[in-house]
Design a protein. Structure first.
Ligand SMILES: [Fe+2]
Length: 263
């Protein structure tokens, strides 16, 4: 108190608009996280989203903080909210079981929803990318049933009145529903039909370490932004338009998706 200003934390208050930054697939590269946060206009962001794979695996509390969280705290997390969509890599390692204690959610699960401004956000927990029987998991994961259980929750989540009446409906899920491998196929089969029926407008993903924007189709009725492991996603949702800008490490806007508000 005598040496520095008292600490202050800005919560998610009422707001006419919603602005946030998303990073993903950092895999412990603090210098990249720092660089992307430099370009994120942090002072004006309402919150920051970590969209999975912030580390290769979770080994200990020290390793988790050293991998990304110390940087997050230094840059913003002691002053403004962050949301986390667990990646497949955060399910690995002896400390993975402790992860939920550090990143609690309103549902007590790692899938949850929140509302900010006129925007409804659903955060999904994609699970692992490989089949449960893969040797990587030593027979100790049960992701298929976990995603089935999550789909039952999702059926109810999209019926939430605040979500139904939102001007923007955004879903955050580390793995995209491209069906490239088992986990992605599960997301396509179990989550996408519910999200299609609910009129979701966009999904924000990562995982593939490359930049892809997939436009809506008969199968997936909303665009999907796969943010690369080296870019930043800046989101600005106002009563006039919703902008999702992909920004590279030189600060250049390399792609953009623009949405109209639902009402
Ligand atoms: Fe991943």
């Amino acid at each position: 108190m005598y040496k520095e200003k008292p600490l202050a934390f800005k919560t998610l208050g009422p707001s006419p608009s919603t602005q946030f930054a998303v990073v993903n697939d950092i895999h412990g590269r603090n210098e990249v996280l720092d660089k992307l946060l430099d370009l994120s206009d942090l002072a004006n962001q309402d919150f920051v989203v970590f969209n999975g794979d912030m580390v290769d695996n979770l080994l200990s509390e020290n390793q988790m903080f050293a991998g990304f969280m110390d940087t997050a705290i230094k840059r913003f997390a002691s002053e403004k909210p962050m949301f986390y969509s667990r990646g497949n890599h955060e399910t690995r390692g002896p400390f993975a079981i402790e992860y939920p204690r550090y990143f609690p959610t309103p549902t007590g699960k790692l899938y949850y929803q929140f509302h900010h401004g006129e925007t409804g956000v659903i955060v999904l927990d994609c699970g692992e990318d490989k089949p449960d029987t893969d040797m990587e998991y030593s027979g100790i994961v049960d992701m298929d049933r976990y995603r089935t259980e999550q789909a039952s929750w999702l059926e109810k989540a999209v019926e939430d009145e605040t979500f139904k009446n939102a001007k923007y409906k955004v879903v955050i899920c580390h793995m995209p529903p491209f069906g490239g491998w088992h986990g992605e196929q599960e997301i396509l089969d179990k989550f996408v039909p519910i999200l299609n029926r609910a009129g979701v407008q966009i999904m924000l993903s990562g995982h593939l370490h490359k930049h892809i924007i997939k436009q809506s189709s008969q199968e997936v009725k909303f665009p999907i932004i796969v943010n690369s492991n080296n870019n930043l996603l800046k989101v600005n949702l106002t009563s006039q338009k919703g902008s999702f800008q992909v920004v590279d490490q030189q600060g250049k806007v390399v792609d953009e998706v623009v949405l109209k508000p639902l009402r």
